[in-house]
Design a protein around this ligand. Sequence first.
Ligand SMILES: CC(C)(COP(=O)(O)OP(=O)(O)OC[C@H]1O[C@@H](n2cnc3c(N)ncnc32)[C@H](O)[C@@H]1OP(=O)(O)O)[C@@H](O)C(=O)NCCC(=O)NCCS
Length: 169
Amino acid sequence: MTGVAFRPVTTDDTVTLLDIYNHYVTTSTVTFDLEPWSPRDMDHKIDTVAALGMPFIVAELDGDLVGYAYLSTFREKAAYDTTMENTLYLRPDMRGRGTGRLLLDEVVRLGAVAGVREVIAVIANTPDAEASIRLHNAAGFSLVGEMNNVGLKFDRWIGVVMMQKSLAS
Ligand SMILES: CC(C)(COP(=O)(O)OP(=O)(O)OC[C@H]1O[C@@H](n2cnc3c(N)ncnc32)[C@H](O)[C@@H]1OP(=O)(O)O)[C@@H](O)C(=O)NCCC(=O)NCCS
């Protein structure tokens, strides 16, 4: 995939980010949210990531926002501060073209610049998330854990896998 450019998110992106994220909230198990986010929820996430000094980037193709990624708190307690959880979502029609890899590599690169040492992906262990698991594998994440039946969505119990990439040199 060529022609994809990255830039930091702004609150002008909120509506487009919600279009992307809420599609997955309402149609898939890749996120454990059960209700669509409001503009206030997304603006709060943008502000929270900025306050952490972590990257929140969007991918654009021909001027259109086609995906986004950010790093945010993995666990609240202070000793976890150099470990971040990554999140990324593509506009549905943009999946399967290599854009996810570019976006993930870029947010991880920016995380390293911001002092992140370990990046954790918490991924639903369902067929919906097969692309995500494969993507993280290809991008150098290793499977480090698995939890069963920790979520209930669409009347099904859902587990997660944890994948980790170390940025320590
Ligand atoms: C997960 C996501 C970011 C991956 O990005 P992408 O651009 O679609 O993926 P890529 O084209 O870079 O391909 C990554 C890998 O997934 C595989 N893949 C892509 N689409 C797939 C699909 N629908 N089913 C199974 N595997 C798929 C690719 O073959 C590739 O695997 P490989 O490296 O072993 O060949 C994107 O599909 C997406 O936004 N999905 C919905 C939201 C989501 O799951 N977010 C992650 C939450 S943890």
